[in-house]
Design a protein around this ligand. Sequence first.
Ligand code: 28F
Length: 652
Amino acid sequence: MSATTYTAKDITVLEGLDPVRKRPGMYIGGVGTAGLHHLVWEVLDNAVDEAMNGHATEIAVTLHDDGTSVTVTDNGRGIPVDIHPKHKKSALEIILTTLHAGGKFDPGHGNYKTSGGLHGVGASVVNALSKQLVATVKRDGATWEQRFKCGKPLAKIKKTGPARGSGTTVYFHPDPTIFPKTEFDAPTIQDRLEVVSYLHKGVRVTFDDQVNKQKHTFKHDNGIVDYLNKLVAQRAAPGAGVPGGGGKPVHETPFSLEKNSDDPATPRIELALQWTESTDEHVRSYVNGIPTGSGGTHENGLRAGLGKAVRNYIETHKLAPKGVTLTADDVREGVVAVLSVFVSDPQFQGQTKDRLHNPEVQAQVDSAVRPSLEHWLNHNRTTAETIVNRIVLAAKAREASRAAQQQVTRKSATANRLNLPGKLSDCNSAGKDDSELFIVEGDSAGGSAKQGRDRRHQAILPLRGKVLNTEQASLTKVLENKELSDLTTALGCGVGKACDPAKLRYGRVFLLADADSDGHHITTLLLTFFYRHMPELIAAGRVYLAVPPLYRIDIGKQTYWAADDADRDRVLKKHGDGRANPQITRFKGLGEMMPKTLWETTLNPKTRRQLRVEIVDKPQTERVISDLMGKDASARLRFITDRADEAQELDL
Ligand code: 28F
């Protein structure tokens, strides 16, 4: 080895943690809730690696009762504690106090790096961002401990007593000077642990949630097949919000595939797959245990292999129906699948680094899936026949519903003004980027908005009363609903699979509802509609919430507006002391507001507040939406009043 290489390596090893504290976002993607939870994933990944390499069988996570600190334990070999001859420090201390100094294992022994995306930057990053971290190692019959503060050791590693067995324990308490909010979300951790137990079959994963006083154990000897069974059962339950309603499986036993490999150049592939009655396709994919929400080359390989296998089967057995052509979408309609691949050098792409980019993986997954699925179909002829029938049905339904859908899309085309809903007060600049559509609750509010708006750029669409809850509704049901079909027509962008933000007739779409719990409910229903049937509009950043005032506060000659009680109290505290009696008016609804007032407070782009709707955390959004909208109405309203302020933070 040349001297230069040695020096370079040495410098890498000695790199301290200052950069992590200076720019935490570079290492964990941000200091918001997602960044905070990355700390857990980071430590968890190391425990999972130890299990994946066959050294640990148990992983235990504790969320301590204040909700701001976590302990992760595994029963693996324990991080080495021997003193490094050159640095005169323990291996443990080097791992926890230097950047990129391992923690990930020597490559070339059939190990897979979990590093990729934002994961895998190492336990030292967690240490740097924790006001306290305690590492405990059991190894060779002794227990060792070392404590740290903001990444700096408080003392040398100490032997604290004897030990039975071996393993690593890391306790950490994130630094509140780095993270604005240090409360962990128990369900987020729990969901992740459950997924880990599915992706690493046989590993016992426990979660001691001391905030909610609950203990959970996850262990799945059938790995992702168990995961698929759970997903399918969940989606088949009434009110699960599965498009097409009811996602019952159409055949009993799922198809599954497991392809292991000793060659680091060929990925390990696991797949479990089942056709259901649902009209969408649902694939959960993972790369080295990391969720790939935006898919990528492994998912493309699955789709290609799946399509070819089924087509070959249909051709071989001359099962093609007369008069309808089967598309690739028909073949995959209703498929629920879990795909997990382990790649030695994963490349992640996309804004959230959740799409696999490695081009070679596509062909590898394709050529694993195709022969194996075709073989399975040929050996399960009854099941295969059921699946083919289901696919033919999908093709027929598609051709039948296309006519209906085209009608709606045609109606909404910009060309024909006459087809727009009668109650829409359009604006002059419709079709241009500077135009805005306000969806307003009720005719009387619609009247105020119509008078108060800037008609050159602002269109008003009043909706009457409660909107259909679309969480459980199929696209056909949605289009049968007058309010929603008018809305769809006014938007002009198409709905469901046909939704195209480029065709939206307005630059922005605002939801404008009363600042009370009824109003929040309507907003939630509309957001559910957008989320389920026009998610592309949200992704394109075109959906906003308008923020109308709930209070008018007159103090002397000054007028202030407040969106909620907290806002009102802030105004009173800031401007109210010692002066003339404040006059507080609470608006009963938008309808009783003067058009001029509505303009000043809510519509005027120069003075209004607005909130852009974003999906920050997809699994959490899924959970909130299906919890909220899928079950009883009382639970819904409780959320909306309890958490109205949070809803305004775009919790959607
Ligand atoms: C609570 C989180 O971090 N578990 C870990 C090990 C085991 C080894 C290891 C870890 C050695 C040379 C870096 C033990 N014996 N859980 C964990 N368990 N790290 S992290 O080694 C780190 C490498 O460079 C380990 C033999 N080899 C490896």
